[in-house]
Ligand binder design. Structure first.
Ligand code: FES
Length: 169
């Protein structure tokens, strides 16, 4: 074998080794990045929490405070979330679950049975029993939680929708 073809062969081998090494390194980096960062981009599915609803004889017992407690994952971190909702069976036998999070700055609203309205303690926001704003700075009605009945049990979703149900919030 002459010297020139020996050099070409060596060069070819070098380029081949670097190409294979580079490909393996790139593939490993992508796999590692997906493993490390991937979970933080995953959107968690809504959870359905079983709820026992106490109904009065007229099927209209007013709002019941319900704590929706569930595990949530944010990237690698698992924590317990709690959301408060006001759940009620209407005279039309429809179940509504109103989020207690004020749409102004997120304070927890309380249901005032005597005055028949929701009150926000932070900036005096007021909402009617449907969750529509009647006074104060809140920019939108209280959000709703989705509900469903399955096997005669009531479930309230952790997912919230805007008043009217058009948009997930
Ligand atoms: S946070 Fe409820 S009115 Fe401001």
């Amino acid at each position: 074998m002459d010297k020139k073809s020996e050099v070409n062969r060596r060069k070819f081998m070098e380029v081949g080794i670097y190409t294979i090494g580079g490909t393996i390194a790139a593939a490993s980096s992508v796999a590692l990045a997906t493993f490390a960062v991937g979970p933080s981009f995953k959107k968690e599915k809504a959870k359905w929490i079983p709820v026992e609803l106490e109904t009065g004889e007229d099927n209209n017992a007013g709002f019941q405070r319900v704590v929706l407690e569930y595990e949530t994952k944010d990237g690698w971190l698992t924590s317990t979330e709690r959301k408060l909702a006001y759940v009620k069976r209407t005279k039309e036998n429809e179940i509504i679950a109103i989020s207690a999070d004020c749409t102004h700055l997120g304070c927890i609203v309380t249901w005032d049975e005597d005055q028949n309205l929701f009150k926000c303690p932070c900036h005096d926001g007021r909402y009617d029993p449907d969750g529509k704003v009647i006074a104060g700075p809140p920019p939108a009605p209280l959000h709703r939680h989705k509900t469903k009945i399955e096997d005669d049990r009531l479930f309230v979703s952790t997912e919230k929708v805007s008043y009217g149900g058009e948009t997930n919030v």
